[in-house]
Design a protein around this ligand. Structure first.
Ligand SMILES: O=C(O)CCC(=O)C(=O)O
Length: 287
């Protein structure tokens, strides 16, 4: 039953760079997301124009609550990942973004541009952004440029991995952007090559959303989930999820842990192989 929907969404991503799933989160799931995020808001204010000086972020969502486990593994999103990414794709980012009233627009950027392979090129990552509060043109609903996912280097000249670099580039890009309007619980899925930014929030209320992003299995993820997700939490996760965090092999060897499967490191009795072998041969680490 999902197949025609997946086909339609794939076609939209291929044509315009993004697709929208209006009713992505059920009301109870959305309420749980809001409950968890409310607890953490206030713990990390943006430190620069890219994070947003009047924006709050909660990183590593997948470590914080089980509700994000199911969302990361959502079958509709995974069906799209399977179409655009290789098997053994990974989670690359999992963060909430609250754009507070009065915040300026973020610099224009695309989410996989720090993989410095020239454009046009296939996406290296696939992003989702989910509205917790309704996204509107007034409150900072993501500004995105339809069709920019296929731009070449000349069209992308005003961008850098940290966003647009000049006033004129910002002005030109803004003229081509649309504001993503989403109901609470709505989701947009877009190519890692699509040019976009968090919008300015001219409303009197914060705009809360979150973004899970997935990348090719050969690309280095943005977030270091091995260190960011406490091992006691990772041990409770379902196998499909720990695989997405990098406890997996992209054959033949990417991700191997001293020539064994990295998920073995989550076993309660796991012993580091290098330390074990050093003990066997009577060596000190490091010599
Ligand atoms: O919050 C948004 O609407 C988009 C934010 C974004 O693109 C980012 O922080 O990379």
């Amino acid at each position: 039953m999902m197949q025609p929907e997946t086909e339609r969404r794939c076609a939209e991503i291929t044509r315009q760079g993004y697709t929208v799933i209006e009713n992505f989160l059920e009301a109870d799931v959305l309420a749980e997301v809001r409950r968890v995020l409310t607890r953490y808001l206030g713990s990390h204010a943006g430190r620069n124009g890219f994070e947003g000086l009047n924006t709050e972020r909660v990183y590593t969502l997948v470590a914080r609550a089980r509700v994000f486990w199911d969302i990361v593994l959502d079958a509709r999103i995974r069906a799209l990942c399977e179409r655009f990414l290789l098997p053994n794709y990974l989670l690359t980012a999992s963060q909430a973004i609250q754009i507070n009233p009065g915040e300026d627009a973020q610099p224009f950027h695309s989410d996989d541009s720090f993989h410095s392979i020239p454009h046009p090129r296939p996406m290296i990552s696939l992003s989702t952004i989910v509205a917790v509060d309704a996204f509107t043109a007034e409150n900072g609903g993501t500004n995105l440029i339809p069709g920019s996912h296929v731009w070449d280097e000349a069209a992308r000249r005003g961008l850098s991995p940290f966003g647009d670099t000049t006033e004129i580039a910002r002005y030109n890009y803004a003229g081509q952007a649309i504001a993503l309007e989403l109901p609470p619980g709505g989701c947009a899925v877009f190519s890692g090559t699509l040019v976009h930014r968090g919008g300015a929030n001219a409303s009197p209320h914060p705009r809360l959303g979150f973004s899970n992003q997935y990348c090719q299995p050969w690309a280095r993820p943005q977030e270091n989930f091995f260190l960011g997700v406490p091992v006691e939490v990772a041990r409770q996760m379902p196998p499909e999820l720990i695989a997405l965090l990098g406890y997996s092999i992209h054959p033949p060897f990417i991700g191997q842990l001293t020539a064994s499967h990295p998920a073995k490191a989550l076993a309660p009795d796991y012993q580091n192989r290098v330390a074990l072998q050093a003990r066997m041969v009577g060596a000190d680490l490091p010599e």
